[in-house]
Design a protein around this ligand. Sequence first.
Ligand SMILES: [Zn+2]
Ligand SMILES: [Zn+2]
Length: 350
Amino acid sequence: MAAEMDAAVLHGVKDLRLEKVPEPRGPAGPDDVLIAMRSVGLCGSDVHYWQEGRIGSFVVTQPMILGHECSGQVVEVGANVRDLKPGDRVAIEPGIPCRVCTYCTTGRYNLCVNMRFFATPPDDGALAQYVSHPAALSYKLPENVDYEEAAMLEPFSVGLYATRRAGVAPGKSVLILGAGPVGLLCLLAAQAAGAMRIYVADIKDDRLAVASRLGAAGTFRADDPEIGERLREETEDLGPEIVLECSGAPSAVRQSVDLARPGGTVVWIGMGPASFEFPTLTVGIKELDVKGMFRYRHTWPTAIELVSSGKVDVKPLVTHRFGLPQVLDAFELTRTAADGAIKVMVNLEG
Ligand SMILES: [Zn+2]
Ligand SMILES: [Zn+2]
């Protein structure tokens, strides 16, 4: 009989179970490595699958292991793997592109038409003791980057990619709407990109306090009727040049174009309702560049360098830690965001 391992398996809406599943027999192929998982951060999308059983057209129809923000230790390498060896510590990029479609061959592999991605139906995720993954998407960690920081590189990659999409650069004024984990990581990424006037808006005062501690130049209540006026006072009477919308809330998506200065750039990162009423005319009249974005590409090497060099510190965002046996409690805390929870980490024993 095959060996078994523990995993957090989603069986259906609100039906998440810690249970035994077959352990991988080794790396899945010659270019893959078998990784003992060490840290897995929980994400809003994991909670969404758990609570709703779907995200848009991705529907959970068979049991699926959750988790995609992860790091671990290599235990076995496939025959072709040269750059990694057992014992190496790695951060894991959770999307496996096909490498041959038109998006892959032109470098936009996050749009791969054949993408397989951790914890996106039908593919299993990372909340298991062992996972096989391509060596090319397993990035060796420097000594001074720990497993939790390595797991944070996934959501940080969203922030890093957002700042690239938006063209954040020294001297730019930036407004971030939504101070959840992704919004706060956008703040750190925008700082690393050289922006100094970074403003953050949210409806939660405790999250705004965190943004201030992390170095935001100013914070605003998103429901403050004067927010536009107050932002213009800070930004040459024009409004911020760049708006990063991280909440997905319809009110915030509307604000993203209302608050941006004419000629500015707006990037939509948050995922909310599929459609709602929106001030379309504003986009034209203000000649805004409104951009969507999907996950990230080419971010891990830069993210590792930023964290390893100390230029970015993702550690303060990890507020709570659980072991795999307590994974259901970890999910509940992520869902409620009680007790000041920002990023909840599940740490597996080594
Ligand atoms: Zn995530
Ligand atoms: Zn592809």
